[in-house]
Design a protein around this ligand. Structure first.
Ligand code: AMP
Length: 417
């Protein structure tokens, strides 16, 4: 019979890589909680409207990448392509804004986008997502970026670039939109079909196009930074001032428009040269009107999403596994039975123990203990068992001592503590 495989673009995460995933999650929880964040867990399935309203109908995600289906012919549901809209939906549904003026939330989990699978791009991928709802002052932006960089540094990552830009606000963006349209007028025919469509729906999106000729044309276009209003300019200057205070190096990138419609003012990306074509590890920015667009009060927000798979691929060595404290090598069925009891009772006490139930030769069991880098090996032979004793070998010092089997659990628990 044909064996079944996973769905294209959906991948298994196997041990020992899972250990690295846990390490990254633990590090995020630790660093984020220092900055006052709390974890929220939201469903992976939402009503489709949440994303069409939240992310924007003219974005690539909503236009062509969502996994949307009718739930038994009734409601239209979508596997979440990102987390911000869901976090805000939960924030409003549970009226979190009524109890606190500042809400800092993070969530970690899978996202789903039907993109063309390739290295660094999957259809189910994972993100670490952090959001600050409430304040709109530039210090908040800088604090969020500082936390992000602190997290990446704690993971030991180097060679990263932080790009920042300001996307302005509803006050200053319309004039810029007109300027872009004016600049591209007469050049429409040279643009790709996607960009011609973008001109009608969201001209800024032309900056995202990967087609060479579109890139060359848009490269000469006026930049949003020349158009932003004094409020946005001042806000952006203060964000930069604060980043400098923390000595966080950054690049101003006025071509970075990000792929989602909801961003206003500060936007940022972290990229890594080592990742090749799919080089963005983190994307984020301010969304001062999203809460209102999703039916809530006028509450500003800012957040980021870190691509988990890309983060993992940048830590090639992984992290060392914790080796077992003890291997029990037993010879003969009665000794195996005793090893089974002692080993599992020690495990219940929190000690990592390995053994081999197959009853193989002492030599092959010792080899396995070596391979697993066990600190000690307890050797129980048939004669020793009858005499209620065994040999405890210190694997790195290559020394051994005789121990009393009845007292071994207590003795070893004390030693391993
Ligand atoms: P975005 O939500 O599009 O701003 O993406 C934020 C981050 O998520 C990106 O910088 C990537 O690291 C990661 N990401 C987005 N899409 C994918 C994907 N299809 N596969 C793997 N990682 C992704």
């Amino acid at each position: 019979m044909e064996t079944l495989t996973a769905v294209r673009g959906f991948k298994d995460i196997l041990p020992p890589e899972t250990q690295l995933w846990r390490h990254i999650e633990d590090t995020a929880r630790k660093v984020f909680s220092t900055f006052g964040f709390q974890e929220i867990r939201v469903p992976i399935l939402e009503k489709t409207d949440l994303f069409t309203r939240g992310i924007g109908e003219s974005t690539d995600i909503v236009e062509k990448e969502m996994y949307t289906f009718h739930d038994r012919g009734e409601e239209s549901l979508t596997l979440r392509p990102e987390a911000t809209a869901s976090v805000i939906r939960a924030y409003l549904e549970h009226a979190l804004h009524t109890s606190e003026t500042v809400t800092k939330l993070f969530t970690i989990g899978p996202m789903f986008r039907r993109e063309r699978p390739q290295k660094g791009r999957y259809r189910q991928f994972h993100q670490i997502d952090a959001e600050i709802l409430g304040p709109d002052d530039p210090r908040t932006d800088a604090e969020l970026i500082l936390m992000l960089i602190q997290f990446l540094r704690t993971l030991g990552l180097n060679g990263l670039t932080l790009d920042i830009n300001s996307l302005g606000c509803p006050e200053c963006r319309p004039a810029y939109r007109e300027a872009i349209l004016g600049y591209l007028h007469g050049q429409e025919e040279q643009l790709c079909s996607d960009c011609r469509r973008r001109l009608k729906t969201n001209p800024l999106r032309v900056f995202d196009c990967k087609v060479d000729l579109c890139g060359q044309i848009i490269g000469q276009a006026p930049r949003l930074t020349q158009f932003i209003c004094s409020g946005c300019r001042d806000h952006f200057a203060k964000v930069q001032q604060a980043l400098k205070q923390f000595e966080l190096p950054y690049c101003l990138n006025d071509k970075m428009v990000r792929g989602l419609d909801y961003y206003t003012r500060t936007t940022f990306e972290v990229t890594a040269g080592s990742l090749g074509a799919q080089n963005a590890v983190v994307g984020g920015g301010r969304y001062d009107h999203l809460v209102q667009e999703l039916g809530g009060p006028d509450i500003p927000g800012i957040g980021f999403a870190i691509g988990f798979e890309r983060l993992v691929s940048m830590i090639p060595e992984g992290i060392p596994l914790t080796p077992p404290a003890l291997f029990i090598a037993a010879l003969g069925e009665p000794a195996l039975q005793r090893a089974f009891l002692i080993g599992n009772r020690l495990r219940c006490g929190g000690i990592i123990v390995e053994m081999d139930h197959a009853g193989r030769s002492l030599k092959s069991q010792m080899k396995k203990a070596d391979r697993l880098q066990c600190k000690y090996t307890l050797i129980i032979g048939e004669r020793e068992l009858q005499e209620n004793r065994a040999l405890l070998r210190d694997m790195s010092a290559s020394t051994q001592e005789e121990v009393c089997l009845d007292q071994f659990e207590e003795m070893f628990s004390n030693r391993a503590r």
